[in-house]
Write a protein that binds this ligand. Sequence first.
Ligand code: ADP
Length: 450
Amino acid sequence: MFKKILIANRGDIALRVLRACKELGIPTVIVHSTADANSMPVRLADESVCIGGAPASESYLNIPAILTAAAITGCDALHPGVGFLAENADFAEMVKAHGLTFIGPEPHHIRSMGDKVEAKITAAKGGLPLVPGSPGAVHTLEEAQTLSKDIGFPLLVKAASGGGGRGMKVANTADDLAEAFSSARSEAKAAFGDDTVYLERYLDNPRHIEIQVIADAHGNTAHLGERECSVQRRHQKLFEEAPSPVLTEAQRADIGAVAAKATAEMGYLGVGTMEFLYQDGEFYFIEMNTRIQVEHPITEEITGIDLVQEQIKVAAGEKLSFSQEDVTFTGHAIECRINAEHPETFMPMPGKVATFHPSGGTGIRIESPLYAGYSIPPHYDSLIAKLIVYGRDRDHCLARLRQALDEFIIGPMPTTLDLHKKLVNADAIKDGSYTIKWLEEEFLAKAEEQ
Ligand code: ADP
């Protein structure tokens, strides 16, 4: 096992990794920016190193400073968390070149899955069902026009390097294609420095369902079931649940087996998530995330498996502590993402936390670095807490969630707590009938009219 792990991240995920290391008895070093000197993970880690200024480019993305911190503190492994450098293949390679273990997959897997065109080609080889679309990158408008005749409209022009919903444009008809093609390319160039795009049929009302996979270096692979992530705003997940309210046990076993097989065939190592769109009983692969996912706790709640600890153990060369047959799904779990943001404009609302009263009781789990008196820095993501609730079944979980949301107090800044309080009483949430369009096009649109 590792002697000392460097945590190259901040916020709730840094705390999550820190707790996993503590349970495994592994000492930790956390790197941080000047803005995070008083953060909870910095206070709780065994050692901390300030690596630069508040802007992420000076600190959490500052590769020489991170590697130097690892060297001077004698770390032998690095956990990248989520975001920042977690899916940067060059960084993973540099970590290895400096004699440290990167707690994640091999750099070539990060690279191939980070390019969505290549990811789709790999997924197809592994037997995963794809959204119909261009066979690879599309370089000219003429090529797009020719391909669109087979794909049909509406279609999506998507950035190969896309992420966070950027570089994605819908063309409803052939007349829209030129505009969608050029605006997706320029948005992709500005956001990712790469204007490569591809085409996909635009599914009119799918759900977003993803499968958690895990593999060790000894040829053992398993899937841990699905997470339903269709409650989205601006293509960002807000509320996730496991299991999905619409999948049967047989469907879960089928898509899980396909995902696990593709993972094994790739020779993948560690945790990963295969994201699918699901419509009319069919799955369509869209991308694979080669890191631990923000919503991983709901899988942990229903399987009893600590994904971060397993991730660390397989990176250290240990065998998976379970096989597919050992994985069982019990009860129901929901995660609510709590962001500090303006309720109407959704602009981040950082500032000093005066009140922090987390909910409690059986089945309630809070992943948050907040404490009263803490100042939320304005430089990073607006996610300040995750409320995860477990219940024996979906109704029980929703009942507990309502109570947990009523108890949770964060102030004075506005947060998404109020939105979640309304969401849990919406019919489409209660009966599980929502799709990826529901939150924006029905729920929030209706709220605006009132
Ligand atoms: P990103 O990496 O930018 O998050 P994804 O490919 O994961 O991009 O897609 C993000 C979201 O965009 C999906 O969850 C879904 O809501 C929507 N989306 C993506 N592809 C399609 C498609 N072909 N048809 C309909 N919606 C899509």
